[in-house]
Design a protein around this ligand. Structure first.
Ligand code: ZN
Length: 488
């Protein structure tokens, strides 16, 4: 979550923005009470596979892939060996020295049809740790009180292991496939540098081309031992960094000037801080609020249902935006000033002062339109706004009308006792944007039921996953994939 594309970690983790409640350890590690009595999986009994997957997750956590530098090659070799033991031919794809991806394919027929193929994507790199704050060794994969601890226990080695288990379940069951299924483990998601999925796609698209993808990014939200709802990421906002540059005359601080760059910059940043962009409700956000209203309290639900109405819409938008910073970010472009630089000496007026704005655009909104508004507001010839060169690209949202989205919705609702399944437009960016730019219908879902308390530990201290949730997630993911790829 460092760098341009990421929301502050806190915001990511508060995906549901539920008030934190105290939940007993027993409630957290027991399977959610609204999961139905297990029906036979179309892939057969997954008990021994789930035990294997737990071992793979432990094995992967023990390989330190902290990015930078990543060193994903070691994890890639581990995965390659697992696939080879299953009799699956897998291939290493070198991206940069020391950093390789792994790809493997289960074929449905002799001639591949990339537009039908499903790709299971997960990154192998993790963010760093503040060792002093961990109560266990973050790379020892320790199991304690029903939890598996370690960096990557959720983000994203749990998904990596679950993808691997799902892929291997299809192979072990000798499933008849109606489309190719591709397994892909990627590098450099956390930094989005020169070994990222963007580079991988540029180098190896022919090996990974697919019409559909399952990736990280959405959540099974667990509250009081029950799955409250399932958010399936189908779209994301676009990150753009903008410099605010004020220029004046430098001089001796003993003789103040009217064009002091620090003063002009400060005034501009204060005005930007007060700017509230207009609300644009995208189709996905509309569906999200319609769905989540069913599990919110009556008062909030009433305003969620009024967001788009002519008479009460404006008031509803204010209530919802004020109730929760994430909801606000789902409704409009947002601007966070994040950095300030000016001055070299206490007694010198600097010629230049700079601020950085981290802007998150709704898909469809343009940076030029927003900067036009800000320039009007700032109204100062000494201040300029400059777009930095590392801007994200807007990707079209994934469709909510295809068989894969239908399979995710059907199976998730079935397996989680009828909890609502909602499409989700994340305020932060994921690798799915790169896939969507290549016409892949990509959906984000960590299939594991997790509480806010556990979600907050991703990228934080004592990251952990309840083993019961890990097992349930593998079961659900493999059922979703089976529903979509198996010939009935
Ligand atoms: Zn991740």
């Amino acid at each position: 979550m460092n760098g341009l594309r990421r929301m502050p970690r806190l915001l990511l983790h508060a995906i549901a923005w539920l008030p934190l409640t105290t939940i007993s350890v027993a409630a957290q590690i027991a399977p959610p009470t609204n999961s139905l009595p297990a029906s036979q999986s179309p892939l057969g009994d997954l008990t021994s596979l789930t035990a294997d997957a737990k071992m793979w997750l432990q094995g992967l956590i023990k390989i330190n892939t902290t990015n930078p530098p990543g060193n994903e090659q070691l994890a890639a070799k581990y995965i390659l060996a697992v696939l080879q033991r299953e009799g699956i031919a897998a291939e290493e794809l070198p991206v940069t020295p020391g950093r390789t991806s792994v790809v493997a394919r289960l074929r449905s027929s002799a001639v591949a049809d990339p537009s039908r193929a499903l790709i299971l994507v997960a990154h192998m790199d993790v963010v760093g740790v503040d060792r002093a704050k961990w109560t266990v060794d973050p790379f020892a994969a320790i199991i304690k009180d029903g939890y598996l601890y370690g960096r990557g226990a959720i983000d994203n080695k749990a998904m990596l292991a679950s993808n691997l288990a799902t892929f291997i379940a299809l192979k072990r069951a000798n499933a008849r496939l109606n489309r190719d299924v591709i397994f892909l483990a990627t590098d450099d998601e956390e930094q989005f540098g020169d070994a990222s999925i963007k580079i991988l796609i540029a180098k190896y698209w022919d090996k990974i081309a697919a019409g559909f993808a399952l990736n990280e990014g959405g959540n099974v939200v667990l509250k009081n031992g029950k799955v409250q709802y399932i958010a399936v990421q189908a779209s994301e906002k676009v990150a753009v960094n903008v410099s605010v540059v004020a220029r004046g005359t430098s001089g001796h601080a003993s003789m103040p000037t009217k064009d002091n760059s620090v003063v002009h910059l400060s005034s501009a940043v204060a005005k930007i801080g007060g700017y509230v962009a207009p609300v644009h409700i995208t189709a996905i956000v509309r569906r999200y609020f319609e769905g989540i209203a069913a599990v919110e309290d009556d008062e909030i639900a009433k305003w969620m249902r009024s967001l788009d109405t002519a008479d009460r819409g404006e008031h509803a938008q204010r209530v919802i935006s004020d109730a929760n910073p994430q909801w606000n970010a789902m409704l409009r472009d947002t601007i966070s000033p994040t950095m300030l630089t000016a001055g070299i000496r206490p007694n010198v007026i600097p010629a230049e002062a700079r601020a950085t704005l981290n802007i998150r655009l709704l898909p469809g909104d343009t940076i030029d339109a927003l900067l036009g508004e800000l320039n009007k507001l700032i109204n100062d010839p000494l201040v300029r706004l400059e777009v930095q060169p590392d801007a994200g690209l807007a990707a079209p949202p994934s469709s909510l009308e295809n068989d894969f989205y239908a399979a995710i919705t059907k199976v998730a609702a079935q397996e989680y006792g009828g909890a609502p399944v909602l499409p989700y437009q994340s305020p932060w960016a994921t690798d799915s944007a790169q896939l969507r730019l290549h016409n892949v219908q990509s959906y984000g879902l960590w299939p594991f039921p997790l509480t806010q308390e556990d979600l907050k530990r991703m990228h934080g201290d004592d990251e952990r996953i309840p083993l019961a949730s890990f097992a349930k997630g593998i079961d659900v993911e493999s059922r979703i994939v089976a529903e979509f790829v198996m010939t009935k």
